[in-house]
Design a protein around this ligand. Structure first.
Ligand SMILES: Nc1nc2c(ncn2[C@@H]2O[C@H](COP(=O)(O)OP(=O)(O)OP(=O)(O)O)[C@@H](O)[C@H]2O)c(=O)[nH]1
Ligand SMILES: [Mg+2]
Length: 212
């Protein structure tokens, strides 16, 4: 089996493990995990489902703020995917917003098994301040990050490529060494590429765990 088919196979067998309201409720910090992060409603849960080829695995919703806990999925062999609550949604109650501001950075800092972040943004909008903040934070922490511009299906080809170029320019100007890609949870554009990047992080992380 080609490595990429192997990845597809274990993503397809992803299973829900638990929803963690707090960091202490997360599974033991062993193995290798990847977290899906981004503003509320950008399509984190939908992209996670597309990656795993399973419609109802992570709950999606038209209403922002749907995912309010850290939802953990198991991909066999010590691999995990975390669906994080979205940030930046003003209408979410204050306590929940405080939750993001406090708990999520704590999780990102504390989890030894975290191998990378899949940061989703909306292809229709310029990259936002919080997204840039997170990208900078990853650079400082030495944490690999993949920036995927989702909902690319809502733009025509020309507009989508224009958005991609604009994102590249912004990142370059700010000295952030990340190359964004266009994705769509609806058409699965870019989903194979994202899965391949995550697979590489898992392989590398698991090899490191074995070395220890
Ligand atoms: N057209 C289109 N719609 C999408 C895409 N991805 C997600 N959506 C829609 O966007 C809405 C939000 O998707 P979710 O996956 O729930 O977003 P989320 O980022 O997990 O949201 P929170 O958990 O609330 O932070 C839903 O109505 C999805 O069907 C996409 O690639 N294209
Ligand atoms: Mg969600």
């Amino acid at each position: 089996m080609k490595p990429i088919d192997k990845a597809h196979a274990y993503f397809r067998r992803a299973r829900f493990v638990l929803s963690a309201p707090q960091r202490r409720d997360l599974p033991p910090d062993t193995g290798v995990e990847v977290a899906v992060v981004g503003r509320s409603n950008v399509g984190k849960s939908s992209v996670l489902n597309a990656l795993c080829d399973q419609h109802g695995l992570a709950r999606t919703s038209r209403t922002p703020g749907r995912t309010q806990q850290i939802v953990v999925f198991d991909l066999e062999g010590g691999r995990r995917l975390l669906d994080l609550p979205g940030f930046g949604y003003a209408a979410v109650q204050r306590e929940l917003r405080a939750h993001w501001d406090e708990m999520i950075p704590e999780v990102l800092e504390a989890r030894q098994s975290l191998a990378g972040l899949l940061l989703l943004a909306d292809a229709r909008h310029p990259i936002k301040r919080e997204e840039l903040g997170l990208l900078r934070w990853c650079a400082e922490a030495g944490l690999p990050v993949l920036l995927a511009l989702n909902k690319a299906d809502k733009l025509n080809r020309e507009a989508a490529h224009k958005a991609l170029r604009a994102a590249r320019t912004t990142l370059k100007q700010l000295g952030i060494a990340v190359s964004p890609l266009l994705v769509s949870a609806t058409t699965h554009e870019g989903i194979d590429e994202v899965r391949a990047s995550l697979h590489a992080w898992y392989e590398e992380g698991l090899a490191d765990v074995e070395d220890k």
